[in-house]
Design a binder for this molecule. Structure first.
Ligand code: PEP
Ligand code: MN
Length: 293
């Protein structure tokens, strides 16, 4: 009898464990609206643009090209956190009029990084989603301040952060009342030095199963080498990421930051054709501006 009861109890435990880890994951992704597109729903989202906004013509040329190829949101840095203080730090407020003009011209919305809480108010008119960079994932003052806004916040994973620390960083924003958080895996530092970072696809599938936030991938910073960026983007798409954020430059040799990892417009077009094929195989539609506007 006792044996029977014990057996029943352990079977129930096994069934419970199974339902938590498989069929009834309590962490279904809660989609986040970012301007014209919903990230984390059935549709896959492509965010693209230069590492840094460098000039009106560079930004406009890139924006037109990535929109045409199927990107539905624009990226472009205003303030850059560079390893060396002597390198290009971004145009700062000088970029504002370029942004206003390019967004109007292309009818697109911008994702861009704020590196300091004082910048949040300054860029409010120009940005649709605030990005928190890898170097600032542990900047709790910045995260708390973004929790006071109601705009979506893209939190890049710290290059040496545990998945758990990354998810907990998101809670600094949501506890302030801003539920609109998206996570971005951008490569971590490992023992390997051949590539800039190591893309952790484990983190993508793990975070998707263990929190409500949509998860996207940045293949550009993950590997740091133009040639390999499309392959990582395809892998991220296949692994079930909700989207990607990719660096594109019309003339990467002239780029003031991250030129070696920037896709040319032609590279981006080719990659988009391939991503659409992966999405078709997965029965997953692509967010496009034509559908949403
Ligand atoms: C960037 O997106 O340009 C950037 C600096 O990324 P990360 O914070 O992931 O290094
Ligand atoms: Mn960059």
């Amino acid at each position: 009898m006792d044996l029977d009861v014990n057996l029943k109890a352990s079977l129930t435990n096994i069934m419970d464990a199974k339902s938590t880890h498989h069929s009834h994951s309590p962490f279904a992704t809660k989609p986040v609206q970012v301007g014209p597109v919903l990230i984390g729903g059935p549709h896959f989202t492509v965010i693209a643009g230069p590492c840094s906004i460098e000039s009106h013509s560079q930004f406009l040329e890139t924006a037109i090209a990535v929109k045409k190829a199927g990107a539905s949101l624009l990226r472009g840095g205003i303030w850059k956190l560079r390893t060396s203080a002597k390198t290009f730090q971004g145009l700062g407020p000088e970029a504002f009029s370029m942004i206003a003009d390019v967004l109007k011209e292309t009818n697109m919305k911008l994702v861009s990084e704020v590196t300091d809480p004082r910048q949040i108010e300054l860029v409010d008119d120009y940005i649709e989603m605030y990005q928190v960079g890898s170097r600032n994932m542990h900047n709790y003052a910045l995260l708390k301040e973004l929790g006071q806004t109601r705009k979506p916040v893209l939190i890049k994973r710290g290059f040496a952060a545990f998945i758990d620390e990354w998810i907990k960083a998101a809670e600094y924003v949501t506890l302030g009342g801003n539920e609109n958080v998206i996570l971005c895996e951008r490569g971590i530092r490992t023992f390997e030095t051949a590539t800039r970072n190591t893309l952790d696809l484990n983190a993508v599938v793990y975070a998707k199963a263990n929190c409500h936030f949509p998860v996207i991938v940045d293949p550009s910073h993950a590997i740091g080498v133009r040639q390999f960026v499309p392959q990582l983007a395809l892998a991220a798409t296949a692994a079930g990421a909700d989207g990607i954020i990719v660096e594109v430059h019309p003339r990467p040799k002239e780029a003031l930051s991250d030129g070696p990892q920037a896709l040319t417009i032609s590279d981006f077009n080719t990659m988009m054709t391939q991503i659409k094929k992966i999405l078709a195989a997965l029965d997953r539609p692509l967010n496009t501006l034509e559908n949403e506007l």
